[in-house]
Ligand binder design. Structure first.
Ligand code: ZN
Length: 169
């Protein structure tokens, strides 16, 4: 199965709010399978539709305990405190930022066959899910990281911003 091209910051598709999937069809199943393939080949732990230019609420996550594909995921509960973890993003290579997020969460959504599902997650898995759900809102780790840390990546970020892509905008 061919992989998608991962869109990189500052591609505007990363800033759009993704649209809910009205009906889960074979088309969505194909997209999810190809997204998973893309995530694994890029050695990532998660990927969201907007990262491959698909403006739909679709995510895939695998933090080592198996592949999870979710349609229209929604955070329904956070439990207990926050934790801070280093996060990277396939759309922002080279940049790693400490991000504080809820450590235990419950997410609801649809499976790839359109059935309702509920997922409990903690630690890295919880972070990865929240990171991918952020993508569906057009939110990047750059929006959540501390200014002081982001300064370390100033030249990498400037390089992306000056890339041929932004000139075409
Ligand atoms: Zn990301």
């Amino acid at each position: 199965m061919p992989t998608y091209t991962i869109r990189r910051y500052p591609d505007p598709c990363l800033r759009k709010k993704a649209l809910p999937v009205e009906e889960v069809t074979s088309r969505e199943r194909k997209i999810l399978a190809r997204m998973a393939e893309t995530m694994y080949s890029a050695e990532g732990v998660g990927l969201a539709g907007p990262q491959v230019g698909i403006n739909k609420r679709l995510i895939v996550v695998d933090t080592g305990d198996g592949l999870l594909k979710l349609v229209n995921p929604e955070l329904v509960r956070t439990d207990g405190g926050d934790s801070t973890m280093e996060e990277g993003c396939l759309s922002i290579p080279e940049v790693v930022l400490n991000i504080k997020r809820a450590d235990r969460i419950i997410v609801e959504g649809l499976t790839e066959t359109g059935e309702h599902t509920q997922v409990s997650a903690e630690g890295l898995f919880a972070h990865a899910l929240q990171h991918e759900m952020d993508h569906l809102e057009g939110i990047l780790i750059l929006d959540r990281g501390k200014e002081r840390e982001k300064r370390k990546f100033k030249s990498a970020l400037e390089k992306f911003e000056e890339s041929e892509f932004s000139e075409k905008k």
